[in-house]
Structure formats: C-alpha cells, structure tokens
Write a protein that binds this ligand. Structure first.
Ligand SMILES: NC(=O)C1=CN([C@@H]2O[C@H](COP(=O)(O)OP(=O)(O)OC[C@H]3O[C@@H](n4cnc5c(N)ncnc54)[C@H](OP(=O)(O)O)[C@@H]3O)[C@@H](O)[C@H]2O)C=CC1
Ligand SMILES: Nc1nc2c(c(=O)[nH]1)N=C([C@H](O)[C@@H](O)CO)CN2
Length: 236
C-alpha cells in the first residue's frame, strides 16, 4: 500500500552512515529516495526494501542539476533532505586544485543547488527538514584535510543561511560528527590514537547519527542549529 508520507532523500547512501540511516528510516515506515555514486551491495539492499535509488556524482553543476531533474521525475514532494554524500580527501590525494573542487562540489555546491531547487518539494510536506552532515573538525581546522574541512565549514554556514531563508516552512539544521566508525584498514595504532581524542573514547557506530537525524526531524522548535556528536572531543 502506498505511503501517505512524503519521502526522505538521503544523498550518498550506498554504504556506511547513509546506508544505515536509509535502512532505519525504511524500517520506521518512511519512504526513502537515495542517491548513490557507485553501485554497491547496499544500493540493491535498499531497493529490495522499497527505496528508490538515483545514480549521481555531484562533481559539477551540470551533474547536480541532472540529479535534481531525475528526482523531480519520481516525486513531487519531500519530507526531508539529508546531505550525507561526502569524500574525506587529504591534500596528498591528487592535484590540490582538483581536491579543492571535489570537496567544494560535493559538500557545498550540491547541497546549495539541491536546497534552492527542491524547496518547492519540501513545502508540500506538512513538516519539512534539511539536514547537513558536517564534521566536528570544523571547530579547529585540519592540517591534513584543509579543503575537506573548509568545505564542511561552508556547510555549517549553509545551515544558518537556509534556516533564515526557509523559516517557518522548512527547518534547516546540521549534524557535526567526530569519528563514528573506523574503516577495515585502520590499524591498531590509528584506532587507539583516535579513540584517545574524545572524552568518551568509543567508536559509536552509525546509529548515533540516525538518533540525531530523528531528533532534528521530530523537534518542531529547532532550526539553524548544528548538533555536535563528538564524544566530548571539545572537553578532552
Ligand atoms: N565516518 C566518520 O567517522 C565520520 C563521518 N562524517 C560525515 O558523515 C557522513 C557519512 O560518513 P561516511 O558514511 O563515513 O561517508 P562515506 O565516506 O562512506 O561517503 C558517503 C558516500 O558519499 C558518496 N560520495 C562521495 N563523493 C561523492 C560525489 N562526488 N557525488 C556523490 N556521492 C559521493 C560515496 O559514494 P560511493 O562510495 O558509492 O562512490 C559514499 O558512499 C559524511 O558526510 C562524513 O563527512 C564526519 C565525521 C566522521
Ligand atoms: N566522507 C567521510 N568523511 C569523513 C570520514 C569518512 O570515512 N568519510 N571519516 C572521518 C574520520 O573518522 C575522522 O573523523 C577521524 O578523526 C572524518 N570524515
């Protein structure tokens, strides 16, 4: 039976945090639309659970606008947009200019264009949210991920501007995580060093982001806010 709820869009949901949040939303009865860049097992898993999936690489204005057109072909309303798509690139991972543009495109240009061109879809939902997934590292900067950090700081600022522009129809907030889940190739020394950076010293896993996302979606009195989900790094 078709749901009366408007779908939630999560970008970059083929793996890890985005995949987990998409699954949780589906399990909680929300229709879900995801974008993915690479076909991974997680995309088919989501399709099998009823999600709609659009392939998109947010690497240029043209590709983002093509995605927006494809999105509007499959829905005329949205309950929420979760800007999760991201790459964690260091300055050593290629030409610096290319790294900067890739960080700016996925973390700022894509959310900016999607927010501007999809507000009409959100306004057709009784309650509507935009959520930017940022990074706690913007508090102090990053010597090894300069362009990444600057573009994530830009996302924090998008939260402020769009919150002002879209109130009261659409709430706009952010979530700023610190380390959530290690990668399989993270060695023991890296894991120990990373865990020591926070007061709580745990690898929390993806559900702390789903809990944060639901808090923002369910709370009618929060907008223009970025939730820090960092295990207390700032008090360590
Ligand atoms: N994991 C952590 O510990 C932390 C995560 N965060 C933030 O939380 C969010 C989720 O983290 P995590 O799940 O680890 O993220 P991932 O590194 O797994 O990236 C999420 C997805 O973004 C997609 N993506 C990357 N570049 C592009 C692009 N140019 N266009 C479209 N999609 C793209 C990837 O697609 P594909 O791989 O399919 O090509 C990937 O599946 C991110 O915004 C991240 O910055 C912040 C702090 C810590
Ligand atoms: N897109 C991504 N962004 C980030 C990731 C990641 O895996 N993908 N990971 C981190 C680290 O966990 C970092 O927080 C460790 O201090 C940051 N951003």
């Amino acid at each position: 039976m078709a749901s009366s709820l408007a779908p939630v869009l999560i970008t970059g949901a083929s793996q890890r945090i985005g995949l987990h949040c998409a699954e949780r939303l589906l399990d909680d009865g929300y229709p879900v639309i995801v974008s993915y860049r690479s076909e991974r097992p997680g995309v088919q898993l989501l399709r099998d659970k009823g999600a709609m999936a659009i392939q998109a690489d947010f690497s240029s204005q043209e590709s983002v606008m093509t995605f927006i057109a494809q999105l509007k072909d499959i829905t005329d309303r949205l309950r929420a947009i979760v800007h999760n798509a991201s790459e964690w690139l260091a300055e050593t991972q290629g030409d610096e200019g290319d790294v900067f543009m890739r960080m700016f495109n996925v973390h700022m240009l894509a959310p900016y264009l999607i927010n501007l061109h999809c507000a009409e879809l959100l306004r057709r939902s009784t309650t509507a949210d935009i959520i930017h997934i940022g990074d706690d590292v913007t508090r102090k900067g990053s010597s090894k991920h300069i362009a990444y950090c600057a573009s994530k700081a830009g996302m924090d600022n998008l939260t402020l501007s769009f919150a002002a522009r879209y109130a009261p129809d659409i709430k706009v907030n952010g979530i700023a995580p610190a380390m959530l889940m290690f990668k399989p190739d993270d060695d023991a020394a890296y894991r120990t060093n990373t865990l020591a950076k926070s007061a709580l010293g745990i690898e929390p896993g993806p559900d702390v982001i789903y809990q944060s996302l639901r808090y923002l979606m369910d709370n009618p009195y929060v907008t223009g806010t970025t939730l820090t989900v960092n295990g207390g790094r700032h008090v360590k």
